[in-house]
Design a protein around this ligand. Structure first.
Ligand code: SF4
Ligand code: SF4
Length: 428
């Protein structure tokens, strides 16, 4: 890649003038923007970033330098989309801007290598399993203490996110078909994910069990891979497109009503395949049909008539809205409604609930300092409501918040809490 020398965007899908002009510069989005909260800097607010995109679209500023720094600092949390009274689609603006940076801006060698390392590891289950073996040895030898002293900030942050590794789970495979005991209410196919399946395999097991108990037949194809979410949110269009096509190919041949996903970031990108592939004549209709079937697991459970008996779970559960579920997909009521079907469970909201925890895809690895401040802030907001457990629907949030709660409060995906209630067993 060569660095672009002319100012402004290239001609390949730049942010559209129409979308840019929707912003009336009112500033209502500023208080909900995590980076504006941290630094109080206009160019690190949604309004400032839209202004920068506007200047770049007019060819008045270069992409390298300050432009890239302010866009890189954005978490892509979409709190500004929720807050904006004018309906500005910052999500679409950002998703058009990031590929421009990836194509046209030459990053430093270390930045390039670090980002390439992330994309060579996280979307691939086999490589993640190999990393899990290394991680287990690393944790047993307590090398993290040494790492805290010697590693540079990005690597230090990345190793600190590693959850306790259970090799049995990392290498376990899910049954391909799980049937309900009674009549089938819905036929669904499940995305098992990359990080989710290797480090949070028990969440996938709970998802299959809960869906079957509620009357779903669940198909989990073995030949599925990464859905492309990390690439889509980081501006790596080729990566996102390749994995989106492969995911569509795998799932479209299955005779199912819905494609269910228990990872907020993956669900949000799978619902965006229709936009991602809109210009591809071979894929546009297939992507549209695929996206229309995608449901977060809590969305699907809220659509179904509860069928299985719930046993009490006597606990106070703080619910954290993952940004890619709440802000990006507008799924806020459903997880709370599902949790409230459990007798004895007191579901409470967090102060500053709209603020990102700092996870944001690869953000906590590439921008460790602001991510750490946001992680500490989220942990202190969680402690403020004094819960028995924290519930959230995204592995990235579980890893990030887990780091800053430091084992003080147990954490679960909503389906794990429902699974414990349906089975009448204590939470794991
Ligand atoms: S993005 Fe929306 S809320 Fe923010 S300044 Fe523009 S119009 Fe106002
Ligand atoms: S996506 Fe999040 S971090 Fe980025 S401008 Fe919007 S509110 Fe701020």
């Amino acid at each position: 890649m060569t660095e672009r020398t002319e100012p402004g965007f290239d001609a390949l899908h730049p942010p559209s003038r129409e979308l840019l002009d929707d912003c009336v510069h009112c500033g209502f989005c500023l208080p909900t923007c995590p980076t504006y909260q941290l630094w109080g800097e206009e160019m690190d607010s949604p309004r400032g970033r839209i202004y920068l995109m506007d200047l770049a679209e007019r060819g008045e500023i270069e992409l390298q330098g300050a432009f890239t720094e302010h866009i890189d600092a954005c978490l892509g949390c979409m709190a500004c989309v929720t807050a904006c009274p004018s309906g500005v689609q910052y999500n679409r603006l950002l998703e058009a801007t990031r590929p421009q940076i990836e194509r046209n801006v030459e990053r430093s060698r270390s930045d390039r290598l670090f980002r390439s390392g992330i994309f060579a590891l996280f979307p691939y289950r086999r490589r993640l399993r190999a990393a899990a073996i290394f991680g287990l040895a690393y944790q047993k030898l307590r090398l993290n203490r040494l790492a805290e002293r010697v590693l540079p900030p990005r690597l230090r942050a990345t190793q600190a996110l590693m959850p306790p590794v259970k090799l049995r789970n990392a290498f376990a495979s899910l049954p391909r078909r799980v049937k309900p005991d009674g009549p089938v209410q819905r036929r669904v196919a499940m995305l098992s994910g990359c990080v989710q399946d290797v480090f949070f395999h028990e969440v996938n097991v709970a998802t299959q069990r809960v869906l079957a108990a509620e009357g779903c037949e669940v198909l989990t194809p073995r030949d599925q891979g990464c859905c492309g979410a990390l690439g889509l949110h980081a501006g790596r269009e080729d990566h996102a497109t390749k994995h989106a096509k492969r995911t569509i190919e795998t799932f479209e041949k299955l005779p199912v009503d819905n494609i269910v996903v228990n990872v907020a970031g993956c669900g949000s990108s799978m619902k965006e395949y229709a936009d991602l592939l809109a210009d591809d004549p071979e894929w546009a209709e297939r992507a549209k049909a695929f996206s229309a079937k995608v449901r977060d697991v809590t969305e699907l459970l809220a659509e179904l008539e509860p069928r299985a008996k719930r046993h009490p779970v006597k606990a106070k559960a703080a619910y954290h809205d993952a940004c890619h579920l709440g802000h990006a997909q507008g799924v806020r009521a459903q997880p709370r409604a599902v949790l409230r079907t459990i007798p004895g469970l007191d579901v409470v909201d967090l102060p500053e609930a709209e603020l990102c925890c700092g996870s944001a895809g690869i953000y906590n690895m590439v921008q460790p300092e602001p991510a750490a401040e946001l992680g500490e802030r989220k942990a202190s907001n969680i402690r403020a409501v004094n819960p028995d457990l924290l519930v959230t629907a995204n592995p990235g949030c579980l890893l990030q918040i887990g780091r800053y709660l430091d084992g003080d409060i147990p954490m679960f995906h909503p389906v794990q809490v429902l699974d414990a209630s349906l089975r009448g067993r204590p939470l794991p």
